[in-house]
Design a protein around this ligand. Structure first.
Ligand SMILES: Cc1ncc(C[n+]2csc(CCOP(=O)(O)OP(=O)(O)O)c2C)c(N)n1
Ligand SMILES: [Mg+2]
Length: 333
């Protein structure tokens, strides 16, 4: 195990190396925290206390954690309907997230938006959306505005492999490359759009080649490796912040549960148990856990357990919005 730590630490930047034990502990806390939230969402979902459809990131946690760890608080994240992980990794308020899932008035959007439209502007989590591909142009526009204001903000946008097939993806990349907009595009390639595999959707899954046609540099990160993601993101973000223009990551990953909801879906036969098991064997939560000293691991897990329990209790105790709120924060008075 020590050899593995040495090997992994050797891949980190100088700053990360100096803080390796603290860094590993921080990454584990972030991963374990998302895992535990998702497990509890899955457990509570069948009771109908959670009022919104929930697309769980269970199994995909490392993508958000590895990338958000390299960001500043003032950097911005946009994401999709499958974004509990990105919201938590960027520092979104956990109590307000769970209350939002419960449809309560203390939720991130006062219970109006649910799991698919999470936002916490104070943490730079600017928004998620149920419309595939829709936050990609928003991220480009936000990044352009920041640059025009003379700020050095970097904007990250997470999206699935399905979004690569949307027209707006190509329009956004073309414009971002032309204007050297400070965006990191992150495709979480779990190889399925709902139940349709890549080979039934595209003649060739050459996503990076397509992006390179816009003169945007690309990186492939396999196995959802959280340490590689951190290292690659640190380097990309510093190039983007320095004015180098947009970059693109294709991160291979796999969701463990059904497309939407808390269940297993192997009975649908669109993917195999062997495929899923091969990803479970690469679980980054377990991997990081094995890199920590047992006492440190217990300390982190105990902290997270009480934080997560408190967040669900907060949501339970929060009230449903009053009827008149139906007419507030809407477009037409
Ligand atoms: C514009 C648009 N088209 C279709 C849908 C229906 N839809 C919801 S999720 C989804 C699959 C998207 O897959 P992917 O982008 O790979 O994300 P994943 O669910 O795998 O995270 C589709 C087609 C939608 N929400 N928006
Ligand atoms: Mg997908």
């Amino acid at each position: 195990m020590l050899a593995e730590i040495d090997e992994r630490v050797a891949t980190l930047t100088k700053e990360a190396k100096e803080h390796a034990p603290a860094l590993l502990s921080r990454l584990y806390r972030a991963l374990y925290r998302i895992r535990r939230v998702e497990e509890d969402v899955a457990r509570i979902y069948p009771t109908d206390k959670i009022k919104s459809p929930s697309h769980l990131s269970l199994g995909q946690e490392s993508v958000s954690v590895g990338i958000c760890e390299a960001l500043r608080k003032s950097d911005i994240v946009f994401a999709t309907y499958r974004s509990h992980a990105a919201y938590l990794a960027k520092g979104g308020d956990i109590n307000r997230m769970i209350a939002e899932l419960y449809g309560k008035e203390d939720g991130a959007a006062r219970g109006k938006s649910g799991s698919m439209h999470l936002i916490d502007m104070s943490a730079g989590m600017m928004g998620t959306s149920a419309i595939v591909g829709s936050t990609i142009p928003l991220a480009v526009g936000y990044a352009l505005a920041e640059r025009m204001k003379g700020k050095d903000t970097v904007v990250v946008v997470f999206f699935g492999d399905g979004a690569m097939e949307e027209g707006v993806f190509h329009e956004s990349l073309n414009f971002a490359a032309l204007k050297k907009v400070p965006v990191l595009f992150v495709c979480e390639n779990n190889t399925y759009a709902i139940h349709t595999p890549l080979h039934m959707r595209v003649p060739k899954p050459n996503f990076r080649e397509r992006v390179e046609a816009y003169q945007i540099p690309t990186r492939l990160v396999e196995d959802g490796d959280v340490l590689t993601l951190l290292k690659e993101t640190e380097a990309a973000v510093s190039r983007i912040r320095a004015g180098g223009g947009p970059e693109f990551f294709e991160v291979m990953t796999m969701r463990w549960l059904e497309h939407v909801g808390p269940g297993d879906d192997l009975h649908l036969n669109y993917r195999t148990k062997a495929e899923l098991d091969s990803w479970k064997a690469k679980d980054q939560v377990k991997r990081l856990a094995s890199m920590l000293a047992p006492t440190e691991r217990q300390r982190v897990e105990a902290d997270v357990e009480s934080e997560v329990a408190a967040a669900f209790e907060f949501a339970e105790k929060s009230q449903y919005p009053a009827d008149h709120e139906l007419y507030e924060h809407v477009f037409h008075d």
